[in-house]
Design a protein around this ligand. Structure first.
Ligand code: SF4
Length: 155
């Protein structure tokens, strides 16, 4: 699994300051893809050493770490999210997946937020009332749709 950089962002996960790690090699091929550079398998390898270094550097400045993509290797994303929790229990973890459903066997307890759904340009992103995408908050093993927060916070 490779990544092409990271950003500290404020809108992707409502109410969180998020270190967003951009995973490349996206297999989803959404028509009208907003990030075509992430479809190529470019960038640098992502592993636990890279994650540890990022958390040591930015862990006090952010409240959440979110994997942007990674659908080619979902179980690795899940493992990395668990690894981050093992480093800092109070750091939230998120995943922006372009799939409609999670694969069987994903440990949702490794995440605090999961976005599901491919990008469909005519329906818009999470901040649009027409969107097909959903952001879920995960607590006590339950996934709760919290997509509406985008519309209250960012309209
Ligand atoms: S999931 Fe994102 S990066 Fe992948 S094809 Fe769809 S819009 Fe592009």
């Amino acid at each position: 699994m490779n990544y092409a950089g990271f950003d500290i962002v404020f809108q992707e996960i409502p109410g969180e300051v998020t270190l967003a790690i951009n995973i490349t090699g996206c297999p989803n091929n959404c028509p009208g893809c907003h990030s075509p550079h992430l479809q190529k398998n470019t960038g640098e390898p992502l592993d636990e050493n890279v994650l540890r270094a990022l958390i040591e550097k930015y862990g006090d400045a952010v409240t959440c770490v979110c994997f942007m993509g990674g659908d080619a290797e979902p179980f690795k994303v899940c493992m990395f999210a668990g690894f981050i929790k093992s480093l800092r229990e109070n750091l939230k973890t998120g995943w922006y997946s372009g799939k409609t459903h999670l694969p069987d066997g994903i440990i949702i307890a490794n995440f605090d937020y999961i976005k599901l759904g491919p990008y469909e340009k005519h329906l818009g992103g999470l901040d649009k009332p027409t969107t097909n995408q959903r952001l879920y908050r995960i607590e006590n093993g339950e996934m709760t749709n919290c997509t509406e927060k985008f519309r209250y916070l960012y309209r």
